[in-house]
Design a protein around this ligand. Structure first.
Ligand code: RUB
Length: 312
């Protein structure tokens, strides 16, 4: 189960930061039920190792790291008298964290849908479960959109977005990534998801987001990120740069003799290019997400660091 889930996350069968976090918690809960241990320390160590595999399956996923680190921080502080008590508590904590994230995501979708204008042409990039959810909810509220989706090379997640929006009755146009600048003059606002929000307010999202943000800024088009606070990465406060996943070269092209192929999965959009982050608590400046996160999450930085650090 753990191995299959890690593979599914790595190969993008499971895609989008929020879904990855929820599935990782469900998997950790499954591990908590299965782990064999004689002592509490041994149980915790094994659960931590499982959590680490999930948290590092894709390196640019603070949502998953935060969710798992919260559970492990709480468990570490408990004085469990036996392995069975610790197991029961771990299961309970995973379930509670899942409910917490789901509630936040639900609130976010409603709050973002309310914030979006009544009528607009919107450009989006990649596939974000949150963005699709918010656009479909806004349609339900009677709002009217035409959405331009980039195909999102190299893995074409934009096709998934286009399919889901069009099935939901939204007028949808698919374009190649490099046409985003060409179409920007017809766009009222850009809306994207996020994989990570940094302490300085910069946002990490699918490769290409930064280029779209730069064109939007140049042409005075508002650029919104829709994200719950759990995408905030507290390690960026300590000077860590958000790691950027480099994916297999074969996703870009077949090997070309003498040519180096690079395939970063994400890029960093500066806070200065972002009009606002639409969070579960309403509109926020990118730097304010940190405050919302701090109020809701209690994570020991040492747990987060250990969970993230590479094994030799
Ligand atoms: C997906 C991506 C999404 C964010 C947000 O990249 O960049 O915008 O993960 O997703 P990939 P969500 O396809 O490489 O996972 O809103 O679903 O959390």
């Amino acid at each position: 189960m753990l191995g299959k889930v890690v593979r599914d996350i790595k190969t993008l069968r499971i895609q989008g930061a929020s879904r990855i976090a929820l599935l990782s918690l469900a998997t950790l809960e499954g591990e908590a039920k299965r782990i064999k241990a004689k002592r509490c320390e041994e149980f915790y160590r094994k659960l931590f190792a499982a959590g680490k595999k999930l948290a590092t399956a894709r390196p640019t996923e603070p949502a998953t790291r935060n969710a798992i680190a919260s559970v492990l921080t709480a468990l570490k502080r408990e004085r469990c008298a036996s392995v069975s008590a610790m197991r029961a508590r771990a299961i309970e904590l995973c379930g509670a964290m899942r409910d917490f994230l789901k509630r936040m995501q639900k609130d976010l979708i409603i709050s973002a849908a309310r914030k979006l204008p009544r009528k607009a042409t919107i450009l989006t990039h990649c596939h974000s479960n949150t963005v699709v959810g918010a656009l479909l909810k806004a349609k339900e509220m009677g709002k009217e959109y035409s959405v331009i989706c980039t195909e999102t090379r190299p893995l074409y997640q934009g096709l998934k977005t286009a399919r889901e929006l069009s099935r939901g009755g939204i007028r949808t146009t698919l374009i190649v990534d490099s046409a985003a600048g060409y179409f920007m003059k017809h766009v009222d606002l850009v809306v994207v998801g996020a994989d990570a929000i940094c302490a300085n307010g910069d946002v990490v999202n699918k490769i290409g987001t930064r280029m779209i943000a730069a064109v939007a800024k140049e042409m005075n088009v508002n650029f919104f990120v829709i994200s719950a606070c759990y995408k905030y990465d507290p390690l960026t406060e300590l000077g860590y740069a958000e790691p950027i996943e480099e994916r297999p070269k074969s996703e870009v092209a077949r090997a070309l003799r003498g040519v180096e192929i690079r395939n970063p999965a994400f890029d960093v959009t500066p806070a200065t290019h972002i009009t606002a982050v639409l969070t579960e608590e309403g509109e926020a400046k990118p730097k304010e997400v940190k405050r919302i996160f701090r109020r809701k999450f209690d994570i020991e930085k040492s747990v987060l660091q250990k969970l993230t650090e590479k094994q030799n």
